[in-house]
Design a protein around this ligand. Structure first.
Ligand code: SAM
Length: 258
């Protein structure tokens, strides 16, 4: 029986499963990592097509089921029982190969999990996730969109974001209450606009969105004043959702060198 507290909605639609596998397109020399394999809806097809697959699953009751089911793949398959939010993905890297991360993520932890994975961006080739559609909208949002905020800005700092396709609730058992979508995140090999200090950029973005309806002048008061914002060529009377990534980086670099 699916467990709500683990965000379990198991994929049951073979057409959707095939479409996800086609989008991922695993290669026979590649190292994949699946987060939350559940009962293995996409796991077997991944295993058939890649060189190595590591899975991270929190629900300990699923582990023996997965172990039995995929017994014959033992030499290329490993199950890590634990919380993906605390998992050190760097330990999976075998030589200096890049990891390909996939998962039909538990929706209750998808945002913190994406932030966690972004900290491994330079070890990751790409990521394919099933998410609540609303979270995909936030990942891909541009300045001025109502979904634009911290998640999209930080994801777009590290990655190219490509929303792929929608998945309706009845593709799952049990059916979630919301629409879902598949998204592809491709970390840049070289960041287009590296910030001098990434933790400063995170602080600026978090502070700027402290209260969405307030202006930059008000939200950013603890970090810099309106004159300083203006001197950077940015209108302090704007709301944070109008500001492009490059402007947040400009503020952050100014603070780093102040
Ligand atoms: N991949 C399966 C599928 O598509 O049918 C299951 C997807 S289900 C939405 C999410 C899975 O993530 C469940 O198996 C759940 O137990 C697991 N999970 C929940 N929280 C987790 C966490 N913090 N770390 C790792 N796995 C987690």
């Amino acid at each position: 029986k699916a467990r709500k507290r683990f965000g379990q909605n198991f994929l049951q639609d073979q057409g959707v499963i095939r479409r996800i596998i086609r989008a991922i397109a695993p290669g026979e020399t590649q190292h994949l990592v699946e987060i939350g394999p559940g009962l293995g809806a996409i796991t077997e097809e991944l295993l058939d097509l890649c060189q190595r697959l590591d899975v991270v699953e929190l629900d300990r009751d699923l582990v023996p089921i997965l172990r039995t089911k995929f017994f014959s793949y033992a030499e290329k398959f490993a199950i890590h029982e634990g919380d993906a939010l605390k998992f050190d993905f760097a330990t999976l890297q075998q030589q200096d190969e890049q990891l390909r991360v996939v998962g039909n993520l538990p929706y209750n932890i998808s945002t913190p999990l994406i932030f966690h994975l972004l900290s491994y961006a330079d070890q990751i080739e790409d990521m394919h996730f099933m998410l609540q559609k609303e979270v995909v909208d936030r990942l891909a949002a541009k300045p001025g969109d109502s979904a634009y905020g911290r998640l999209g800005i930080m994801a777009q700092y590290y990655c190219q974001v490509e929303p792929l396709f929608l998945v309706p609730p009845h593709a799952f058992d049990p059916a979630p209450k919301v629409d879902s979508a598949i998204v592809r995140l491709i970390p840049y090999k070289e960041l287009p606009h590296p910030a001098q200090d990434i933790s400063k950029l995170e602080t600026v973005v978090r502070t700027a969105f402290g209260q969405r309806r307030k202006t930059l002048r008000n939200n950013l008061k603890p970090l810099l004043d309106a004159n300083e914002i203006e001197a950077l060529g940015i209108d302090p009377g704007l709301r944070p959702e109008r500001l492009a990534l490059i402007d947040f980086i400009r503020i952050s670099d100014y603070l780093s060198s102040k």
